[in-house]
Design a binder for this molecule. Sequence first.
Ligand SMILES: Cc1ncc(C[n+]2csc(CCOP(=O)(O)OP(=O)(O)O)c2C)c(N)n1
Ligand code: SF4
Length: 284
Amino acid sequence: MKHALQDYKSIISPVWCPGCGDYGVLTALERALVALNIPPEDIVSVSGIGCSGRFSHYLNTYSLHGTHGRAVPTALGVKAANPDLTVFAVGGDGDGLGIGGGHIVHAARKNVDITYLLMDNSVYGLTKGQTSPTTPIGERTKTSPYGAYEDALEAIPIFLAYDVTFIARANGTNVKELTEILVKAISHKGMSIVYILSPCRTFPVMDPKELRSILHPLPEDYKPDNKLKAMEFAYSKEPLYTGIFYHIQKPTLDDRLNREIEKATGKNGRKREMSVERILNGFV
Ligand SMILES: Cc1ncc(C[n+]2csc(CCOP(=O)(O)OP(=O)(O)O)c2C)c(N)n1
Ligand code: SF4
């Protein structure tokens, strides 16, 4: 059956402010799902807390709106339990790089096959405009009235150091480019992070026009298999590159777990059958 855009649209309408960058991200993800024709019932979207954390309500898929900073480990658990599902983790820079920052490295070490949409607006939007881990130094916010005094975190070099197997940066307002990147990220076998610049309109830190003027796609001959080259391009501020910085293959968490199950039981781990009934019977 061929799925249409309407199949992925939730009956709940987004309550984001008019002009919020998150609208573009939702549209791009819906288009990517149409392109890949993944049945909505085979998808789970797990989100953290924040304006971007509302995302999971707005997709007509199974969804889990979890706790602040825990989208990645929760999505990891979902994928480990049922590897046939397409699993998304979704959240903001506060959720993913502040309170939840410690989780990314461990998901990366396992190379769990999830797609993480990290929507960065360089501010805490939901709680009304506090400084976030990616607020540029000197920027005035509600909690930094004299300008942010900490260094902003460099997300892409950190993901590279963690050896996340698919790393991309995209502009949330460029729906065409983001859709193309999401199709590749979802198709990738292993952990993918799509780091999306998604400006907040109500507590603006990034000016969308200024942002567009410095953004540039990675060069056409750029090859995403060289981590040192990727680091060099990731640190560039002007231009600020968009596209796929890094893309390599490694065993996924599912591959690793299956190997362990085979070692322990001598049976093909992929054929493990799990059901609530079976687990409960184990206690009888
Ligand atoms: C444990 C915990 N601490 C703090 C909060 C308050 N809180 C809710 S959302 C949020 C930050 C959201 O910022 P971000 O992740 O950047 O998302 P945005 O709203 O900008 O999309 C905070 C601090 C919370 N809900 N739970
Ligand atoms: S406060 Fe900012 S991030 Fe939140 S919905 Fe409004 S524009 Fe979007």
